[in-house]
Design a protein around this ligand. Sequence first.
Ligand SMILES: [Zn+2]
Length: 69
Amino acid sequence: MDPHPRPGSGRSSFGGLEASSLYCRRCQKAQPVRRKLLLVLPQGEKFAYYCTVCGEEVGSKLEQAQAPA
Ligand SMILES: [Zn+2]
C-alpha cells in the first residue's frame, strides 16, 4: 500500500477553465456535469461531459497538452 498518490494518475494543480455545469437538452436546463476522459491524443486530452442528472452527453472538449516552455 503506497500512501502517496502516483504521479500522473491525477493532477491536483489543475488550472484552466473547468465547466461545472452545461445545458442539457434532455433536462432542458443547465445541469451539473461529470467529466470523463475519452482519448489521450498527442495534442491533448479529449473529454466528454455528461449530465449528472440524466446521463446525457452535453458536450466534449479537447484540452490542449501543456506546451513545453
Ligand atoms: Zn440531463
